[in-house]
Design a protein around this ligand. Structure first.
Ligand SMILES: [Zn+2]
Length: 297
């Protein structure tokens, strides 16, 4: 069986050629997955509806994005220009994670080629995150009784502060964030389980710590998992302060996906961050998530 993967050409928004964010990675990742025969065809998402977004975001914030009326400070915090293609991208990428979540339920495992906008909060965006796609998709599953005890495994180098805020009083969603202690955000939120890593941590220690906490999580019972597979833990990342190698990221993705797949817990994988100094390497690193999942199915 082929791994279900969600992609849409509008994931590449027009943010300006000199923008720091490597937005073209979404198109290049799709090309890479096809060229490497990891995926034959993509599942196409719709823009996320107001009603679905509204479970994780305030009506005011959603409207301010859709109508491009968010104030200057709010836009600055996000870090993208608030133009039509960014609005469209935010809606479609969120719809993409909702679709991938449903495909994960149906086939046991599925991925988006975007997503993991974990800094977006109930009524604001931040750090290149407009809508919190995983929070939206988690609510979608809970509302329909498709899941009751959801785990978010967030291994992006930055803390998943949007998710920990959105779900802080929600006993149906458990937030696990393993991130660099000194990376953004300076003021961390409180997840159900936070693991703070020291700067310059390398593969061996990283994998050891990951396995230790996965074992702890395995003692709880979850019926759905979202995996935010940020590759900004790589040693050559512009932003991340860890020193994880290609092999370390590959091993990490294999461990996480195998851990839940082998227990028949449905999993939805999303990209998370990645700002590698080498663009082609960045695309390859992001593909490890899809490669790991494709091996299992
Ligand atoms: Zn990140």
């Amino acid at each position: 069986m082929e791994l279900p993967v969600v992609n849409h050409e509008s994931y590449v928004a027009k943010i300006g050629d000199d923008h720091k964010f490597p937005i073209n990675k979404f198109a290049e990742l799709a090309n890479y997955l096809i060229n490497q025969k990891i995926v034959k065809r993509f599942n196409t998402p719709y823009p996320c509806s107001f009603e679905t977004l509204n479970r994780a975001h305030s009506a005011n914030y959603i409207n301010n994005i859709r109508n491009k009326t968010l104030d200057e400070n709010g836009v600055k915090k996000i870090g993208f220009p608030l133009v039509d293609s960014v609005v469209q991208r935010s809606l479609v990428a969120t719809g993409g994670t909702v679709l991938a979540a449903k495909l994960g339920l149906k086939f046991g495992i599925a991925c988006n080629t975007a997503g993991g906008s974990h800094h977006a909060n109930y009524d604001s965006g931040a750090g290149y995150c407009v809508f919190n796609d995983v929070a939206v998709a988690a609510h979608y599953l809970l509302d329909r009784g498709l899941a009751n005890r959801i785990l978010i495994v967030d291994l992006d180098v930055h803390q998943g502060n949007g998710n920990s805020e959105i779900f802080k009083d929600n006993s149906h969603v458990f937030t696990f964030s393993m991130h660099s202690k000194t990376n953004y955000p300076a003021k961390k939120s409180i997840s159900d389980l936070d693991v703070e890593l020291d700067d310059n941590m390398e593969d061996k220690q990283y994998i050891k710590v990951l396995k230790f906490y996965l074992n702890q999580l395995n003692e709880k019972s979850f019926d759905y998992v979202f995996y935010i597979a940020g590759v900004d833990v790589h040693f050559n990342d512009h932003l991340g302060k860890l020193k994880i190698s290609d092999e370390g990221i590959k091993e990490r993705d294999e461990i996480v996906t195998e851990n839940f797949f082998s227990k028949n817990i449905p999993l939805c994988g999303v990209l998370g961050g990645g700002y590698n100094k080498d663009f082609n390497k960045l695309v390859e690193l992001h593909s490890f998530l899809h490669q790991s999942c494709a091996k299992l199915i």
